[in-house]
Design a protein around this ligand. Sequence first.
Ligand SMILES: [Zn+2]
Length: 83
Amino acid sequence: MVRILLFVILGYIAMRMLWRLLKGVFEGMGYQRPGGSHSSVGLVRDPVCGTFVVPSKALTSGSGSNTRYFCSEKCRLDYSGRG
Ligand SMILES: [Zn+2]
């Protein structure tokens, strides 16, 4: 009974090691899932019209974590007008 348990545990560890090895190989090859939902280019979404803008070039409202970015003055006014 103890031998069976030991066998199961060893099998589990072996599987985990094999999985890690495979993951390491994939990551080493630069394998990435295509179509990631979050943008890595650092674009932010205009909450008014939904346009994606570059934060450094966009108009802003608020500060810190409440900062909102807008594509134009019109959208910024529209947003602040909503309250
Ligand atoms: Zn806009």
